[in-house]
Design a binder for this molecule. Structure first.
Ligand code: PLP
Length: 361
């Protein structure tokens, strides 16, 4: 099998696995303490969590705290729901038209969702006005479907000038490019070769959050529930690895981007800007392409017709529609995403199979 779906999830890095094993393999009876217990075993587990928290924070701005959650979806919910009282209960939430469903649907559920326009090149620019009662602005850094990078520093500035908070979904950028400019930042371990089941919310100092999960008052009282030392340690180790090899990973992604871009040169159109994007995936369309048939013809190549969460819905991608594609053009699109452990040979073979099957339609 050839895995070309790294925006959906990534394989576990060996370094993350090793860090987790200490807390999973409890044969010597020492590694299973409750990190919230005051005795020695508990304190050891708590120390491992603090260590991991520092590793995760090392890729985030200074002047904030990291709250571990069960996923980035939970982190985004905590940020959006936990700041509800600010600026009045009913303030508007302004979200870019290309946000992940974790932001998009939550904003709708909370009411007063205002949609920020996105240009055909996949950029959500700051030259548009916010409703006067906006309490929160949400613009992601790197889009999960088309990879375009948003001007989050400018959005943060604009939100601040209008007395709103700025939340950045950095799930696809964290560990790959520098994450800057936000009041709150949501991240996820399984997108950076860490384990599934853990995410985090970074919160700028001075911002108070209302807890969404109440109970034992863990995570500063904002997110109750016993933390998993294994998941935290895996997340921390994955973050450390991403930090140490950021330049090397970027070079590898660039090399694979050039290869994939060349292979999809003729008859295919690129969705989203060519340059202002993370070069870890390609979202391309071809007129008349039957994507379901293509996927069943290429069973050994893992790629996607959109975000993993939405691809089962049969609906055209909201992201592609937001950048102006028709329903049909959106349905003619595929996403191919490579990663740290993808070889040139595998990419060439995988894309070769996709092209062969597409050409025979
Ligand atoms: N935001 C973006 C941009 C994503 O790509 C994803 C996952 O696909 C999420 C949020 C949700 O992350 P998690 O799987 O940790 O809930």
């Amino acid at each position: 099998m050839i895995y070309l779906d790294h925006q959906a999830t990534t394989p576990l890095a060996p370094e993350a696995r090793d860090a987790m094993m200490t807390w999973l393999d409890t044969a010597d009876g020492s590694g299973f303490g409750n990190p919230h217990s005051p005795h020695r075993m508990g304190r050891q587990a708590a120390a491992a969590i603090d260590f991991a928290r520092d590793q995760v924070a090392a890729l985030l701005p200074a002047g904030g705290r990291v709250i571990f959650t069960g996923s980035a979806t939970e982190a985004l919910n905590l940020a959006m729901r936990g700041t509800r009282g600010r600026g009045g209960e009913g303030g508007a939430i302004s979200v870019s038209g290309i946000e992940h469903s974790a932001v998009w649907d939550t904003a709708e559920t909370l009411g007063k969702r205002h949609v920020l326009n996105v240009a055909a090149n996949g950029q959500c620019n700051t030259n548009q006005s916010l409703p006067k009662d906006t309490r929160l602005v949400c613009v992601m850094q790197v889009n999960n479907e088309i990879g375009t990078i948003q001007p989050t520093v400018e959005w943060h500035r604009k939100a601040k000038a209008e007395n709103a908070l700025f939340l950045c979904d950095a799930v696809q950028s964290y560990g790959k490019i520098e994450v800057t400019g936000a009041d709150m930042i949501a991240i996820s371990a399984h997108k950076i070769y860490g384990p599934k089941g853990i995410g985090a919310l970074w919160v700028r100092d001075g911002i108070e959050l209302r807890p969404e999960i109440t109970g034992g008052l863990q995570e500063g009282g904002v997110r109750s529930g016993t933390l998993s030392p294994a998941l935290c340690a895996g997340f921390g180790a994955a973050a450390k690895e991403a930090k140490d090899r950021m330049a090397q990973d970027a070079e590898h992604h660039e090399d694979l981007w050039t290869l994939a871009r060349d292979m999809f040169a003729s008859n295919w159109a690129l969705n989203g800007d060519e340059d202002t994007r993370w070069h870890g995936n390609l979202n391309v369309r071809r007129k008349g392409l039957d994507v379901s048939r293509l996927m069943s013809d290429c069973r050994n190549v893992m790629f996607s017709a959109g975000s993993a969460c939405a691809s089962g819905s049969g609906k055209p991608s909201q992201v592609l529609k937001a950048i102006g594609l028709s329903d049909e053009a959106a349905k003619n699109s595929i996403r191919i995403g490579w990663g740290r452990y993808t070889s040139r040979e595998d990419l060439e073979k995988g894309v070769g199979e996709i092209l062969k099957a597409a050409n025979s339609q």
